[in-house]
Design a protein around this ligand. Structure first.
Ligand code: BJ8
Length: 386
């Protein structure tokens, strides 16, 4: 299921996290500041306007989890344990190079973990309101964004001007547009790439630190995929059930779950979760005051920590239609209570309102349930009449 001349492009992105380690060293040596982040709610534009580099620190490997469990409960989300484990053992170069960490009060596990991280590195925690449906929440969030600006100015010794912020907003919007154009290629039937390839590129894109160069390279990739497709290349069978993935971030489980879907004959055409469409579908309004526009944009992200979370159902409906989805797979990381509880309503929405088959998979970063997942995914795909 791989495009003829494209593997090297996807490989470049799948190695992006590792290769970024060396680039990060150069970035530090050039005198730039680095800010470690953990969540889609972080308004990266503010960090960019501080002339600093934002880097994602969410752990995607099970390797540091046993160390993390010395301080954290075992019954905690693997993403939190992995992130903390890398930090406490100093095994993540990105964590090591970070001058400041920025977190948000999203789920309980993450916000309490930030308190522990504060003993290792300076941490700034943004108080995230748990609803997007009220003006007080918007005011509070705008204030939190201003507080982040002030903290960065103080800690990094910089000034964040409106001009710099406007430029950062514009650049981030361009990134969103080009990434959307990329994943929208899979609206085609059959899609021009596997969901695993799409995942590796979307995930790897976070570790390309020269954003202008990244946007340019994305243009080249999109053009290449389009021209191969137009020339008749069909790497994916048109019989493959088209799957949308929703739920928790998939960085730590792609090799287990996405591969299981595609090795069983399906193809992932769309990711609704963080890393996929969740944050990229809407832009920051460039015509408004920067802080108003940023607070509106970021507060409206439909993560399960929000209550109620109607925007998620709207997004699921829109994507299911746009990508002509045949089934939905929800991935919930073990002990993620908000996604776990919300899965009940997601199932109702998907199988009731959208009339689509739905599969719920609860998993962690270990390989112990690989066989079971393969069996369940295989049975689910067989059920889909294509
Ligand atoms: S905006 S999904 S990145 S919070 S999986 S740590 S919620 S217990 S990662 Fe997330 Fe921001 Fe939401 Fe996206 Fe907690 Fe759940 Fe673990 Fe999670």
């Amino acid at each position: 299921m791989i495009l003829k001349d494209l593997p090297e492009i996807f490989e470049d992105f799948s190695e992006a996290r590792k290769e970024g380690f060396l680039k990060m060293k150069d970035i530090k040596e050039s005198g730039k500041n680095v800010v470690g982040i953990f969540c889609t709610y972080t308004p990266k534009e503010i960090i960019m306007a501080a002339d600093a580099v934002a880097v994602g620190l969410c752990g995607t490997s099970e390797e540091p989890i046993p160390d993390a469990e010395k301080d954290l409960p075992r019954n905690l989300c693997p993403l939190i344990k992995s992130s903390y484990g890398f930090a406490m053992t100093d095994k993540c170069p990105y964590f090591y190079f970070s001058d400041l960490l920025v977190g948000e009060t999203t789920c309980d596990g993450k916000k309490k973990m930030f308190e522990l991280l504060g003993e290792i590195k300076p941490v700034h925690v943004m108080q995230l309101p748990q609803t997007y449906d009220c003006s007080e929440a918007l005011r509070l969030w705008k204030n939190e964004i201003i507080k982040l600006k002030e903290r960065l100015e103080k800690d990094l010794g910089v000034e964040i001007t409106d001009e710099k912020l406007r430029a950062a907003i514009k650049l981030r919007n361009q990134e969103r547009k080009v990434l959307k154009e990329f994943y929208d290629l899979s609206m085609a039937c059959p899609p021009p790439m596997s969901g695993y390839e799409m995942h590796q590129l979307l995930y790897g894109s976070e570790f390309k630190f020269d954003r202008l160069e990244f946007i340019e390279s994305m243009r080249g990739i999109i053009d290449k995929i389009k021209s191969e497709y137009e020339a008749g290349s069909r790497p994916i069978s048109d019989k493959a059930p088209r799957i949308m993935v929703t739920g928790c971030p998939t960085g730590g489980v792609a090799d287990k779950v996405i591969k299981a879907i595609e090795d069983s004959g399906g193809v992932v055409v769309c990711y609704e979760n963080c890393g996929g469409a969740k944050e990229k579908e809407t832009l920051v309004d460039e015509s408004k005051d920067c802080y108003d526009a940023l607070s509106e944009k970021y507060l409206n992200i439909a993560c399960s920590v929000m209550s109620p979370n109607d925007a998620r159902y709207e997004l699921l409906s829109e994507l299911a239609d746009r990508f002509k989805v045949d089934g939905v797979v929800e991935i919930v990381l073990q002990a993620c209570h908000t996604y776990n509880v919300e899965a009940f309503q997601v199932k109702k929405h998907v199988s009731g309102k959208l009339g689509l088959p739905y599969l719920y998979l609860e998993t962690d970063y270990s390989k112990s349930d690989s066989g079971q997942i393969m069996t369940r995914v295989g049975a689910f795909l067989e059920m889909i009449d294509k």
